[in-house]
Design a protein around this ligand. Structure first.
Ligand code: 4AD
Ligand code: MG
Length: 463
């Protein structure tokens, strides 16, 4: 018989007929003459109940000893379940055991485990309800993102993971080298001799695919990237990973207003996709993780985002300085507490802050006529703070070269980036969405380590 996923079985219109399923035992209960097995195969949140009669040939030898975590295949008849909360159950005719799970050492028990504990067993946590749901939603959201861009004619570009340029100019990069660290070659003046390194010059893991994305946007008009991104910032917060996934669209012939319009539609439509395809998991998050998740998401989908300038945002924030740990004034960076104040307390919805002081943003952002601010935009989401960062790009070559020098970057190192302004320069804009920040938003989870399968954070790269 051909096995089915439990989701397909439970979607059947009526009971009756034989089915075969395969999965892992979540719980097992023995009563007189029967055992009840709850089986999960990850296709959905729900388990299916299997009734195993003692008349089964391997009942005493194999079924009775089964415990939580064991893997089985079951053939049997699908019948209406007399139990509450489940539509069907399977009356087993044959149970094959693939692998047992030693009950004394299997770490997942029926009780609730803390997320902290589950992080120490990241190889088994996908077998819990919460992490199964996160994995499904993560996969669904990836698909929704590709669909969103594909529907609009954006080309998906694979930008490199190893690069020799520092996109954000922040110097928080992981180095990539094959030099012998115990015996580093030196130049006559004592510096590291990178000419002997693999690439013949210093290389690192990318902090953003944007600069390479701009290359393709100035040829194909609208592109996006979706890939892993690396930042060696030593910030041990619930919102930072050393390895995270970023989605970066880049549009030629587009100014900051067009950029904001796309970002807003992007968040709204991809969340709508989750409503349409992942409601069972979202409802689970709303019940078990954070009871405001669905309300927050509906609010995002149904209302236009608030848009205001950094200067106007500061005017609001300075009035509340007594409530903040970090006091702000015009020119200060906006921290998570301020971002949340704006999106949660003041506007109660996502807020797009634009036109930041040039000193706190990257060199490539388009300079405004005031020579003090740049055409940047950050989207601040309730509970999360910054979820998207973007800008219109400087398309004037002289200004861009001047800005590079202000950031102590050598324009010679960026010759190809400058060429994009030398040949057929166009106004262009883009943004980056931190994929895991969006997953925090849609799941209600509070620690970013729990929405990526294998978190990389300072002092942590197990699994
Ligand atoms: O604001 P960021 O640094 O912007 C860029 O990298 C631009 N090159 C994007 C662009 O215009 N194409 O990062 C973008 C987003 C942030 O808003 C945040 O959501 C996320 O990436 N992010 C992180 N997520 C997890 N861990 C980290 N360490 C992150 N750093 C940034
Ligand atoms: Mg940013």
């Amino acid at each position: 018989m051909k096995p089915m996923r439990i989701k397909q079985v439970l979607a059947r219109e009526a009971a009756g007929g034989d089915v075969m399923i395969q999965g892992w035992i979540r719980t097992k209960r023995d009563s007189k003459g029967f055992s009840f097995l709850e089986i999960n195969d990850g296709s959905m949140m729900a388990n299916i109940q299997v009734v195993a009669d003692e008349k089964l040939a391997n009942y005493a030898s194999e079924i009775v000893p089964l415990t939580t975590g064991a893997s089985v295949a079951i053939e049997g008849t699908l019948v209406d379940s007399p139990g509450k909360g489940q539509k069907y159950e399977i009356h087993a005719e044959r149970i094959m055991v693939f692998g047992g799970a030693d009950a004394a050492s299997y770490p997942l028990q029926k009780k609730r485990h803390s997320f902290e504990f589950l992080r120490t067993i990241a190889h088994l946590r996908p077998r819990t309800n919460t992490f199964g749901a996160i994995a499904r939603v993560r996969s669904g959201l990836s698909f929704a993102i590709h669909q969103f861009f594909r529907d609009r004619g954006f080309v998906y570009v694979h930008t490199p993971i190893i690069t020799a340029s520092d996109c954000e100019g922040a110097g928080e990069m992981f180095k990539v080298t094959t030099l012998d660290l115990a015996n580093v070659p030196r130049t006559p003046n004592g510096a590291i001799d990178f000419e002997q390194d693999f690439f013949g010059k210093p290389a690192n893991l990318t902090v953003s695919g944007q600069l390479e994305g701009e290359i393709f946007a100035t040829a194909l008009s609208n592109i996006y990237t979706f890939g892993p991104t690396f930042r060696a910032e030593n910030s041990n917060t619930a919102r930072h990973l050393a390895e995270f996934w970023m989605i970066e669209p880049e549009m030629a012939f587009c100014d900051l207003d067009g950029d904001m319009d796309l970002a807003e539609a992007f968040l709204q439509e991809t969340i709508q996709y989750l409503f349409d395809h992942h409601m069972e998991d979202l409802e689970f998050f709303n019940q078990r993780i954070d009871t405001t998740v669905l309300e927050t998401l509906h609010n995002i989908v149904d209302n236009p985002f608030e848009r205001l300038s950094y200067t106007d945002a500061m005017a609001i924030l300075v009035k509340h300085n007594d409530e903040f740990e970090y006091k702000v004034q015009w020119g200060s960076d906006i921290q998570t507490e301020h971002e949340r104040h704006l999106s949660e307390t003041v506007f109660k919805k996502p807020v797009i802050v634009t036109d930041y002081p040039k000193s706190i943003k990257a060199f490539y952002m388009k300079l405004n006529g005031d020579d003090r601010t740049v055409r940047a935009m950050d989207i601040l989401a309730p509970r999360i703070g910054e979820i998207i960062g973007g800008s219109q790009r400087e398309d004037d070559i002289a200004t861009l070269e001047r800005r590079m020098r202000e950031f102590n970057l050598d324009p010679k190192d960026y010759w190809w980036y400058l060429d994009l302004r030398r040949y057929g320069s166009v106004p262009h804009s883009g943004f980056g969405l931190g994929f895991e920040r969006m997953l925090l938003l849609v799941t209600g989870m509070t620690n970013i380590r729990d929405v990526i399968p294998f978190p990389r954070t300072p002092k942590n790269a197990e699994f």
